[in-house]
Design a protein around this ligand. Structure first.
Ligand SMILES: [Ca+2]
Ligand SMILES: [Ca+2]
Ligand SMILES: [Ca+2]
Ligand SMILES: [Ca+2]
Length: 338
């Protein structure tokens, strides 16, 4: 038999009532929905998404071997749907337990503990599909420039603005001009003589533009306009050759100003690499099963669902962009001091 998520609570309640006539203690509800907060644990290459309801002592888990499940998050650009067939390797297990348990303790070990006891168990049979819809719920470079102001062409699409052409859109780029001075250190608000923040005709903040070339410093790869790239005004980059600093901001001249902001100092040292672009991203994964059948391990009774929503899994990670081999390696950075 098949029924939708709207009906399964009612139907299982009927089963429960019917079964009680036989003297069985069946109290399952399968009461999970899109807001059920799932956790993930990993054993070797096995992933387990799980949830334990501490009030009803119901536990649901989805075990699936996938060596690179976390890699899905690393390379994710917008949204991705992962489909996993349900079979003897990829199983969904529903359990009613005799007492409460810490889900991580219960699921994240090779052999589940003998206590609490399993009162009732349904295991998925072969057939049907797990659908993991993964999307980015939050990402920002937190560089101090509001995301809407990093929409340089103003078309409402944050992904097609890449001022320095490094493949990382400005709103995710911690160094928007690739000059090795992080935007967070460069996007200084311009102040008038009274110390008030200057705004343009739209009311937007005006940022400091040292060489007055119309390009604010955080988007200008030659901030002082002396024809030496800011990235190469990093004379002390190799003070510690094992750990190149990549920071033009700490090359101060006698007046206390950094060389890259002083057009009278044009000494240069070639630095042909850029800092890593490291940001925090959050992900939201909705876990749904389609055309899935569960079998009661004691009675053999089966339950089928057209759509069974297990819940949602949320995680966040610190990641280096862009997601290809143009990410600067430690070797490349060290080579500038050879
Ligand atoms: Ca940025
Ligand atoms: Ca910069
Ligand atoms: Ca700059
Ligand atoms: Ca310069």
């Amino acid at each position: 038999m098949k029924f939708t998520k709207f009906k399964y609570f009612l139907l299982i309640t009927i089963i429960a009532l019917t079964s009680c006539d036989d003297g069985d203690i069946i109290v399952s509800s399968f009461n999970f929905d899109e807001n059920t907060n799932l956790s993930l644990c990993q054993q070797e290459n096995i992933n387990v998404l799980f949830f334990v309801d501490s009030e009803t002592n119901e536990a649901i888990s989805f075990r699936f071997p996938d060596e690179d499940f976390e890699g899905t998050f690393t390379g994710l650009e917008t949204i991705q749907t992962v489909e996993i067939p349900i079979n003897s390797n990829n199983q969904v297990v529903y359990r009613k337990l005799s007492a409460s348990t810490n889900g991580a303790d219960y699921f994240c070990q090779e052999v589940p503990p003998s206590s609490p006891q399993v009162i009732e168990e349904f295991v998925s049979t072969t057939g049907g599909m797990a659908i993991l819809e993964i999307r980015i719920s939050d990402q920002d470079d937190n560089d101090g420039v509001p995301a809407e102001l990093e929409d340089i062409n103003g078309d409402g699409n944050l992904f097609n603005d890449d001022s320095d052409g490094d493949g990382i859109p400005d709103f995710l780029d911690t160094d928007d001009d690739n000059d090795n001075v992080l935007t967070a250190s460069e996007e200084l608000e311009a102040l008038d003589d009274n110390g008030n923040v200057i705004t343009d005709e739209n009311g937007d903040v005006v940022y400091v533009d040292t060489d007055n070339d119309g390009i604010p410093n955080y988007l200008d790869d030659d901030d002082d306009g002396d024809a030496v790239l800011t990235r190469n005004e990093d004379l002390n980059a190799c003070e510690d050759p094992e750990n190149p600093a990549l920071n033009p901001d700490n090359d101060l001249n006698a007046d206390g100003l950094a060389n890259y902001l002083n057009p009278n100092i044009t000494d240069s040292f070639e630095v042909n690499v850029v800092k890593r672009n490291r940001i925090n991203r959050s992900f939201f994964t909705q876990v749904i099963f389609t055309d899935i059948t569960f079998e009661n391990q004691n009675t053999g009774e089966s339950l089928s669902f057209t759509n069974f929503i297990m819940g949602r899994f949320q995680t966040s990670a610190t990641q280096d962009l862009p997601f290809n081999d143009t990410v600067i390696s430690e070797d490349e950075v060290n080579n500038i001091c050879q």
